[in-house]
Design a protein around this ligand. Sequence first.
Ligand code: PMP
Length: 413
Amino acid sequence: MNLGERVRDDFPLLHRTINGKRLVYLDSAATSQKPRVVLDALMEYYHDYNANVHRGIYRIAEEATARYEESRAKLAAFLGAARREEIVFTRGTTEAVNLVAATWGRANVGPGDEIVLTIMEHHSNIVPWQLLAAEKGARLRYIPVTDEGRLDLSALDGLLTERTKLVSLTHQSNVLGTVNPVRLIADRAHAMGAKVLVDGAQSVPHQAVNVQALGVDFLAFSGHKMLGPTGSGGLWARYDLLEAMPPYHGGGEMIMLVTLERSTYKDPPHKFEAGTPNIADSIVLGVAADYLRGIGFDAITAHERDLTAYALERLRTVPGLTIVGPAEPVDRGGAISFTMDVVHPHDIAQVLDQEAMAIRAGHHCAQPLHRRFNIAATARASLHLYNTREEIDALVDGLHAVHRMFTRSPHPV
Ligand code: PMP
């Protein structure tokens, strides 16, 4: 039994039927399904020890605080952080990137400075920098993408200059599946004196990510894509950077002392966690990390590589289908985007929905990347540890049916 088959029973939602058919969930790049341990831990929090953290001195408040800080320690270990205080809980990748832009960015980026991004970024790693650049008179530059869907590293020499303050790039593309050579780019950026942020939204759930090995300064990640609850996630940053950064939101629990005129702030990470945090979901994110670690990324990555290779091979049999992104299963993950001659991606997704298959259609929050390939939208199937070859077969059969439907019928549905 392979990994997908072995773990499926852990995920109650994967047993849902739609139109009398078993759900085939192929949209994990958008959000992942949750194992029962995650659901149980969420219920346990509200059922047994729901209380605000870092405030009460009674039993359940102490339990909640201990579990919240334990989860932070688990995530620090999960990502190879030097200390647990390097993890700031956020609502996810988007909030983590915005936090860095609004704090480190405002303090360190000035007129004429440059921020280097890539054409394959998710909007959440573009728009915060556009806002900062507009405010500061800074300039955004972009590493181009090749026809194959990889970063064109030959452009790096021209893009990285003494004006570069930050390089911010995705580890793994949510559209192309491409895994980027972060270490190489980080070393080049550091040599020019720039800092490096990596968007780990699509890598942290699927491969062993170690921030020391990546050699970056900031890493943003989303809990809901790594089997955890929505509204959970975080920012990892080197402690000396967090210490030097001004606060993000102002409010309760991030302060040492407040007078009517001014305030002093707590040490990181609390300086960046104003107000009542997302206690339940942040605690349960640690449970999701434990689940992934329990299975082990060697097994997860190997299984997903096998499925991706199988999917890429089988998709080639569908007439008129073009993969947008690396066609070989090398340095790429299981987000597979494609177009089909004569069929709009939304029609593909709609027809497959009738067969209880969930795939995504659209620009996947990466409009500049789609523009680069002269297309408005793609269809995307994206995999996780719980998917199986049978599901890939169902997808491919479904796509053959879509092709038949749109090429034979004079009145396609
Ligand atoms: N970056 C990438 C590469 C993503 O795939 C996503 C989510 N689709 C995000 C950032 C944003 O993550 P979130 O919506 O969880 O903040």
